[in-house]
Design a protein around this ligand. Sequence first.
Ligand code: AMP
Ligand code: GLY
Length: 427
Amino acid sequence: MNILILGSGGREYSIGLAISKEEQEHNITFCPGNGATDLIGQNINIKDYNELASWAKVNKIDLTIVGPEAPLVDGVVDIFKQNDLTIFGPSAKAAQLEGSKVYMKNILKKYNIPTAAFVETSSQNEADEFIDAQNTLPIVVKADGLCGGKGVIIATSKDEAKEAVKDMLSGESFGDAGNEVIVEEFLDGYELSVFAICDGDNYVVLPAAQDHKRIGDGDTGPNTGGMGAYAPTPLVNDEIYQKIEDRVIKPTLEGMKKEDAPFEGVLFIGVMVVNGEPIILEYNVRFGDPECEILMPLMKSDVSELFYKGATKQLHNFKLEMKDEYGVAVVMASKNYPYSSSVPAEIIVDDIHDEELLANSHISYAGVTKEDDTLLATGGRVLLCVGFGEDIQTARNRAYALCGQVHFSGKKIRTDIAYQALKIQNK
Ligand code: AMP
Ligand code: GLY
């Protein structure tokens, strides 16, 4: 197939890498891709979606896969479908599940899907009433619109929560994205990322992953896009998966059909498991990054077939097979991440002589640029060292062994990826 992948991060690199390893050969194009994706396919840079659809027609693209949320919310799927192109992802309307937290919470409420008690409002008084009525702290305040993962404040006092509401409603903290806010109760549990690949009617659930969002070891410091992930996580069991299917995925797909916005694409379910019960924190409408970077290589079934069948309503004919192993991904970030950009730094990867490490690890490139054949670290999250093994400890040892072979000035990693899983396994 001729396959077009939209995006430029480690997530899109990992989708391309998995497809490039399939038995059947494919031609892969990234738009815009990064400084390393051109080793897997070609990079193009077309910003206008109508122009991109014309390019896809002329170049006989059989399948387009969309990585990030912004093009989905902006309607790239609608435009491609109007041009009779096959594209995997939700319509702009269905992408509101991520584009608007108010829309998402109202869908959860309307279809009785378990979520934190909340109020949605654009009135300070209404928010204050909800805050005053809470018996426990912290209290969570969220801006309605897309804020690049930064629109959530976990307030440790009622005054702080009210202040956060004020800053959002005034437009000071997040501009128009804060015109409406959600104030909700804090959920105390462990957080999982569950991905359902959906074709509007049917779905395939991938093994649950766990992300590490804070910059520092032990989950300290500011939130990031994610500093590492692993899968499958032993923090879920069949009972929890079943509850997620019955109480979350099925009613969401049924509900979205009733809303005239059938959900096609990746439903990323942010779950908090509280006393064995899955409660929904949020939906995203695309793969998580870094979760994607471990789930793609763990798939034994063809990734291109999964997405093609997802895009053409054939998921009832798809059999998911996963490799019988674990994956751990450690993000290597640049010096000033997540605060500001860092000066470009050359990336050097040592030759790896350990056969086992070579066969069971790889790099997924993200914020990199190529200049005269030199790979430079130019983004916040630069690359991921991904290790595999028959258990989490082995996979993790390999991911960290690979980290030791990769060098650039100012490189920064977390040293405790998968710690929660290892803690329960070592009990
Ligand atoms: P969101 O953008 O809604 O995923 O929120 C970002 C992060 O904030 C989540 O991944 C959670 O770690 C945390 N969070 C959001 N809502 C809550 C909540 N109600 N209780 C506890 N933590 C939350
Ligand atoms: N890893 C979390 C996200 O992609 O939003």
